[in-house]
Design a binder for this molecule. Structure first.
Ligand SMILES: Cc1ncc(C[n+]2csc(CCOP(=O)(O)OP(=O)(O)O)c2C)c(N)n1
Ligand SMILES: [Mg+2]
Length: 320
């Protein structure tokens, strides 16, 4: 189990708050028509991405799904770096070639995703196989949604990883919906974790609103993967507070009582209560938030003024 001292707790809080505040900033920028793409936020389910990725070492790999925003921040990508990608600026990691949905950063072990749900899972298994063949003790952390769980790629990746005993942790961000399809229609067994038994791997189900629970479960799974005990499947039960994307209505056809029930378990609020009980002073939380707010303000200002790529760099990294 990962031990979290005061510094680690405040660092974790800072990443969780950054994810929330950054996405709220994206929502505002979209509303004022400043963004070149519509955001798909993770508001409400951030504790899964942040808590799980927080357990990785710098040299480990993460393969985020389309809504796993917190994984980028937990891996050390800054608000400015992410925003440069959103605005497709020249100085962004991809030189303005990606949408932010497909962002990656090989230097920090963030392997870029694809719009095809769960298509990163076989890549994650390959990443873990590479670590095993190179005899490093690196681990791959791979995210997917409840909707993504129904794809063939998910089965191939899990079976392959299990058969080869690969150092990988699969995390299902089960927010109960795939676009407008509720989990009850998506699959007969609503507990994705039950599949772990079928693959012969470790399985665990966690409350995805509770970041401490996420950290403990994922850090145990990473520890097992690192010592050669193979893959795990962790299912985090969670919920997305907004619509599928910002062009959808915020409730997105979901029942009002259900939304209210989950909103009452806001992961940020729950973690603030935990920190208060653990003796972290309100001042420390306040100054953490102020620092993050300032980072985002400065990022927005700088990135709005940053240059676009120029047409004469069009063939940069084009090899054919
Ligand atoms: C293979 C595939 N099928 C359908 C889509 C269209 N699509 C984009 S996002 C999405 C919902 C995915 O749901 P889930 O995996 O639960 O992730 P969530 O949006 O809930 O985070 C769908 C169906 C797609 N991108 N890829
Ligand atoms: Mg979903």
């Amino acid at each position: 189990m990962m031990s979290l001292d005061r510094t680690a707790l405040l660092n974790l809080y800072s990443k969780l708050y950054l994810t929330r505040a950054f996405e709220e900033a994206l929502v505002s920028l979209y509303a004022e028509k400043s963004l070149p793409e519509k955001p798909m936020t993770s508001i409400g389910q951030e504790a899964v991405a942040v808590g799980a990725t927080f357990c990785l070492r710098d040299d480990d790999y993460v393969l985020p799904a389309l809504r796993t925003r917190g994984a980028f921040f937990a891996k050390g990508i800054t608000a400015k770096e992410y925003l440069l990608e959103v605005f497709r600026r020249k100085e962004s990691i991809s030189g303005g070639r990606w949408t932010a949905h497909h962002m990656g950063d090989m230097d920090r072990g963030v392997i870029l995703g694809s719009a095809v749900v769960s298509s990163s899972l076989p890549v994650a298994a390959g990443t873990a196989l590479s670590a095993k063949l190179r005899r490093t003790d690196q681990v791959a952390l791979a995210f997917f949604g409840d909707g993504g769980s129904s794809t063939g790629a998910t089965h191939s990746a899990m079976n392959f990883a299990a058969a080869l005993n690969l150092p990988i942790v699969f995390v299902c961000e089960n927010n109960r919906y795939s676009l407008s399809t509720p989990i009850s229609v998506q699959t007969r067994n609503e507990n994705i974790v039950d599949r772990a038994f079928g693959y012969g791997i470790e399985g665990d189900m966690v409350d995805g609103q509770d970041i401490i629970e996420v950290v403990h479960s994922v850090s145990r799974a990473i520890h097992r993967a690192r010592r050669g005990d193979g893959p795990s499947l962790i299912e985090a039960k969670t919920y997305h507070f907004r619509g599928h994307s910002e062009s959808h209505p915020p409730d997105d056809g979901r029942p009002g009582e259900e939304l209210a029930k989950w909103r009452a378990r806001d992961p940020l609020k729950l973690f603030e209560e935990y920190l208060t009980h653990a003796g972290v002073e309100a001042d420390a939380l306040e100054s953490t938030r102020a620092g993050v707010d300032e980072e985002i303000r400065e990022a927005v200002k700088a990135v709005k003024e940053a240059p676009d790529p120029s047409p004469d760099e069009l063939d940069w990294r084009v090899y054919a």
